[in-house]
Design a protein around this ligand. Structure first.
Ligand code: FMN
Length: 321
């Protein structure tokens, strides 16, 4: 089953996407960029840098635009297409309440007429393959039912469904029953997204839904970047993870201004990176480090704790992948 990398604002920027596809080449067939939006009437330079073709040097990636008021939506697609992209993902899944209130992201799901209007705008852009990333609804898990004929008429190359409502944000139970209903009713290819953390999860979803186009992983891939690797020995896995970390450190050092920014960026990576693995004491040390030198030492100790777990010196986890 193909694995797609989900977009996560603040985490899966081009540095991360390039580094991951370099170290874990072939594990992920396509990386999705966090959404492009218009803020205070303008594109954010940071967002444009993130999707600039010259920055996306490794792996295949698809830019994403957020569903938003019609005139802004046309500008977002126009800008993305003008950068040479012929595949664009439309975000109808972001549950951030200020956006939802303005009928942006997942907020549009309660308004079928607005969905219809936005998709009509997209249709006017000839030669672009559109996919959609969405949730079940805003408050009710069956809101998608009203949207199904509109989406089918749009003929997307696929729809990624995260089977939660916007109100649930990223917690609470995944609604697999509603996912099954959506999957059965869809006349277009469907991608599953939600709470995939291990190869066993990928196998279970693939077995349950044999016609799936692909599986998309977000937080689970940040936590377990070796996801979707077959038969990986523990020591090899740790070595690859260390390579990924070191490449990220080196690349962020080149792209960010000064050690304070670098330290903040690397610490934010550890919000998900290898969560639940290695020594908790070392993790705390990493998060508390006040200089890059202290950070490097804490990370060294962390790798040692993983090695000790692998050789049985500390009882603990087995490889996740
Ligand atoms: C911090 C954060 C930022 C996110 N940013 C985006 C985004 O820009 N575009 C998008 O479609 N989804 C975004 N998502 C949602 C993820 O792509 C994904 O759908 C969600 O995390 C559920 O999948 P997972 O359980 O595999 O993480 C974000 C999620 C988080 C936690």
């Amino acid at each position: 089953m193909e694995l797609l990398a989900a977009p996560l604002q603040g985490f899966t920027d081009y540095v991360w996407r390039n580094a991951h596809s370099t170290v874990f080449a072939g594990n992920v067939s396509c990386y999705y960029a966090p959404f492009l939006r218009i803020e205070k009437g303008a594109f954010r330079n940071k967002d444009l840098r993130d999707i600039a073709p010259e920055n996306n040097t490794a792996g295949t990636f698809v830019p994403q635009v957020i569903a938003c008021p019609a005139e802004q939506f046309a500008l977002l697609i126009d800008k993305t297409a003008s950068m040479g992209y012929r595949s664009i993902d439309i975000n109808m899944g972001c549950p951030f309440p200020p956006l939802v209130k303005r009928h942006c992201g997942a907020g549009i799901l309660s308004y079928p007429n607005e969905v219809s209007k936005l998709l009509d705008i997209a249709k006017k852009f000839n030669g672009i393959d559109f996919s959609i990333k969405m949730r079940l609804g805003v408050a009710c898990p069956d809101e998608w039912e009203t949207l199904m004929p509109i989406i089918a008429g749009f003929d997307p190359i696929h729809v990624t469904l995260h089977p939660r409502t916007a109100m649930q944000q990223y917690s609470g139970n995944i609604d697999l029953e509603q996912f099954s209903n959506f999957y059965a009713a869809a006349s277009f290819p469907v991608v599953y997204n939600g709470d995939i953390t291990t190869n066993a999860d990928i196998g279970n979803i693939a077995a349950k839904y044999p016609q799936l186009r692909a599986i998309m992983a977000g937080r689970g891939l940040l936590a377990n970047p070796a996801l979707n690797t077959d038969n990986l020995q523990y020591t090899d896995e740790i070595c690859l993870l260390e390579n990924l970390h070191n490449l990220l450190l080196e690349q962020y050092r080149m792209h960010l201004c000064g050690d304070a920014h670098l330290l903040a960026k690397m610490k934010s990576l550890w919000e998900y990176f290898l969560a639940g693995r290695g020594s908790r004491k070392c993790r705390k040390k990493i998060m508390k480090s006040s200089t890059i030198e202290k950070y490097r030492l804490a990370v060294e100790e962390f790798w040692q704790s993983l090695a000790d777990i692998g050789s049985g010196i500390i009882p603990g986890q087995q490889p996740l992948a």
